[in-house]
Design a protein around this ligand. Structure first.
Ligand code: AMP
Ligand code: ZN
Ligand code: FE
Ligand code: FE
Length: 285
């Protein structure tokens, strides 16, 4: 008779989430509480263009016994389209956050432009309401969507984006984007790793190769927005260029299914590979 081997229960991490520091619905502390409740071993806070929620999240993490990784999601461009870049394992939060201040200011100017465009087509909301909705965090279109809903202009987020805020819609306005190579440098200077967020089917091999040559550290291969065939393809590309994998739910508070914290079941081994890469970079630099 053989004795069955005792197997450790598999542990999971979630390396993409948002809080009220940008356009999420939960405070940084509430995000960490939800991460604990979902059974995660570690969670990264990756708010849009800010690390403003990280200190609160890490303090909550220490108290509640869960590792909280310092991150941000940067809005970047290659001159053709917008790409999101996750900064993960940021060591010098102040350094990166101060570089992002300009882009947060630009988000305010853009929100004003969107409110003006809405007014021009007869949809009157006040910029002050949008500012209040953002609660001092990095302003994004979801804050404007919430004000549109609160004022009865639309029923839900989908209608807000489909009718007014989405790309090509009448109240769409570009935000100021960080040149993608600058974003990679910024992240490295702050001691973190740069991971291309949800590349989806647009993550063409030539494009990924060029970014890897520019210092990109990893690919977010697992994301709720990805179709079934995307993860295996991106996994091969990551391996080919010696990059790490990442994954997460892109949690914005609430949600369901794969959009819940731990909804993507990202193995803790992926985080260990990231830790090794961070250690190597820091030892070399
Ligand atoms: P912004 O940073 O202002 O460009 O807003 C981008 C954010 O808006 C994303 O991170 C999502 O949270 C949200 N978003 C973008 N497109 C949609 C959509 N079609 N429906 C709902 N939310 C969206
Ligand atoms: Zn968002
Ligand atoms: Fe994104
Ligand atoms: Fe995100």
């Amino acid at each position: 008779m053989t004795i069955p081997a005792v197997r450790e229960p598999e542990r999971f991490v979630d390396l993409h989430s948002h809080s009220t520091a940008s356009d999420g619905a939960a405070s940084p502390r509430e995000m960490v509480e939800a991460a604990v409740a979902s059974g995660l071993a570690a969670v990264a806070l990756t708010d849009h263009d800010t690390l403003g929620g990280v200190a609160e999240a890490q303090a909550a993490g220490e108290e509640l016994g869960i590792r909280v990784i310092a991150g941000a999601e940067l809005s970047t461009t290659d001159g053709q389209r917008e790409w999101h870049m996750l900064a993960l394992h940021v060591r010098d939060r102040e350094a990166l956050d101060s570089r992002l201040a300009h882009f947060r200011d630009a988000r305010e100017d853009r929100a004003r432009v969107i409110v003006e465009k809405l007014a021009a087509i007869g949809v009157a909301i006040s910029y002050e309401d949008v500012l209040a909705e953002s609660g001092g965090g990095a302003i994004g279109r979801p804050h404007i969507a919430r004000v549109l809903i609160a004022n009865g202009h639309v029923r839900d987020f989908r209608e807000a984006f489909d009718r007014y805020l989405g790309y090509g819609r009448p109240a769409f306005a570009e935000k100021e984007l960080i040149p993608i190579a600058d974003a990679i440098t910024m992240v490295h200077e702050a001691g973190g790793i740069a991971v291309l967020a949800h590349p989806g089917t647009d993550g063409r091999p030539e494009r990924i190769a060029a970014l890897a040559a520019a210092g990109l550290d990893g690919l977010e291969v697992r994301h709720p927005g990805h179709a079934m065939d995307v993860e295996p393809r991106l996994t091969r590309l990551a391996a080919q260029h010696g990059m790490v994998r990442s994954g997460g739910s892109d949690w914005h508070g609430g949600g369901e299914g794969t959009r819940l914290l731990n909804g993507m079941r990202v193995p803790i081994g992926w985080l260990q590979e990231q830790d090794e890469r961070v250690a190597r970079i820091r030892a070399a630099g």
